[in-house]
Design a protein around this ligand. Sequence first.
Ligand SMILES: [Zn+2]
Length: 374
Amino acid sequence: MRKQIELIRIFNIPIKLDLSWFIIAAFISWTLALGYFPVKYPELGKVTYWIMGIASALLLFISVLLHELSHSLLAKQNNIPIRGITLFIFGGVAEMVKEPPTARSEIKMAVAGPVCSGILALFFFLLSILFTNFFPYLPIVGILKYCFFVNLVLMIFNLLPGFPLDGGRILRAVIWNYSGDIKKATYTASRIGASMGIFLIVWGFFNIFKGNFIGGLWMAFIGIFLKSAAEAGYQQIVTGKLLHGIKISEIMTRNLVTIEDSLPIDKLVNEYFLKYRYNNYPVICKGVFVGIVSIHDVKQIPRREWNTVTAGKIVDSTIVDSCLSPDDDATQAIATMSGKGLGRIPVLDNGKLAGIVSQRDIIHILQHKSALSV
Ligand SMILES: [Zn+2]
């Protein structure tokens, strides 16, 4: 499961921080403090380099946040709800609840980010000129120049025509507009995105062997990220199209073996785990679903306590928040599974357990549908 911290809400959009961001922020500060700034401004001191590095990493963070926020605001204007913005290892992701309805709205949303980064680049450029002329304090000028440079890079990199980068989204929207086929358009744009990813990986390794270790490592990392995001983006469109309009109630497994929360663990093991051979069981307390108990939970309890400890004591109830309803769309199941890293999700009908939908159920229906090509 991904670990995220919610920072603040801006325009009612939750801004979340992926824990990987801390690692990357430290890495950016470190490379700036020990490499970039000492080379550019050799006359400054060690502590100053570190302050400059940390300040630059924070300003980069704000720049990326503003970039994503401008995407989100345009999405809201086009009635596409935003679940949140997550800032993670290589920048940010605005999570749209659904794909844009038209090619036109896609273009508007995609352009908003690079436009924002361009404005920020201009802003930092002007500010650096202002400081150079009227207040030539080198550390501040250095930070401002770095922010100008990094926003320019953000703008240009995001305009590259590979999906899911902004430029790739624009390209997709243009093809979509001409062909009327979002699947074909996504396929083309994400193939370019994946190819660019491979190119970056190769180029990154070439740089590493040439001695540019940190620069090369960055390129390779971004390449790996881009390639997998491009492939996932295409898969999402294909599965989304196949699953569209299918209700959870049509694909879920209904006849479940459930257990009562009062059941002692020894009975749970002998009469359920050894008999039915499922890895986990839904637990019911007074008719209400309270969670899942798995072999892993059983193993935490010493064997001599198996006849006294009940299933209700070891049940994992974190899954209750992720439950689906029978009327939900099947695409919602995929979103929850991939978002929370779950293999099976319980389906509740007015608090009562109605069934479970698993990755297998989804793969099944996808195989059927793609075999029939409907
Ligand atoms: Zn963007």
